[in-house]
Design a protein around this ligand. Sequence first.
Ligand SMILES: NC(=O)c1ccc[n+]([C@@H]2O[C@H](COP(=O)([O-])OP(=O)(O)OC[C@H]3O[C@@H](n4cnc5c(N)ncnc54)[C@H](OP(=O)(O)O)[C@@H]3O)[C@@H](O)[C@H]2O)c1
Length: 224
Amino acid sequence: MDAMDATKVFIVGIAGGVGSRLARLLTVAGDRVDGLYRRSEQGERLAADGIHATHGDLTRLDAPALAGLLHDTDVLVFAAGAGGEGGAGATSAIDGAGLTTAIEAARLAGVRRLLLVSVFPEAWRDRERSDAFEHYIDVKKKADVELAATDLDWVILRPAALTDDAGTGRISLSPALIHTRIARDDVAATLAELVHAPRIRREILELTQGPDPISDAVSRQIRD
Ligand SMILES: NC(=O)c1ccc[n+]([C@@H]2O[C@H](COP(=O)([O-])OP(=O)(O)OC[C@H]3O[C@@H](n4cnc5c(N)ncnc54)[C@H](OP(=O)(O)O)[C@@H]3O)[C@@H](O)[C@H]2O)c1
């Protein structure tokens, strides 16, 4: 791929389990990658993998400041999350208000495509529920609703329970699936395919481990 064809992707949460895997895949594929990370050692780790990223805390950036980082961006990926740390306030600030900032920044910067890593609304209903987890599910669903109401070319990807198992390269991808598990490797590989499938837009897709090669599963979601 030459520089003219490369897609410029900005990943909010680039140092995370999914975000860092996605950044690596896109960089190897020749895309131009940037993203937001919070801690300096994360920047050093990303740089060691040849990944350029920007230091910053989403909760301390307003939309114009984030938009200022999005120059030339073709696709904004939101893979950040409080991950259960910092209580309900952090979940609201990052998974909720953080997405609001990202949507507004995309608008200000003229970025049309926004991929959101969300969650199955019925995740872990077989486990004992906690107020914090119910709040997380509530915030994530409201974030889906907010993004789906925009005129952006959004895709909401709802992975099942994430594991650090090695990816299999095979998944199930559909608007409605039973909640099971999925390796972060396979979530990242699915996002990488979606980055390069601009005809898939304004779709909510659920993602689990499954039998289909990732590129086939993604191609099957192209409707026009
Ligand atoms: N865990 C599951 O089973 C599951 C299932 C379905 C969906 N999901 C969703 O998938 C998302 C990605 O999962 P993951 O495993 O990649 O999570 P992760 O490893 O916790 O990555 C999330 C990233 O967001 C970053 N972040 C948090 N607050 C930030 C802020 N204020 N500014 C900038 N960056 C910030 C975190 O930074 P730090 O590294 O500094 O904390 C972290 O690197 C989750 O957030 C969750 O919503 C999770």
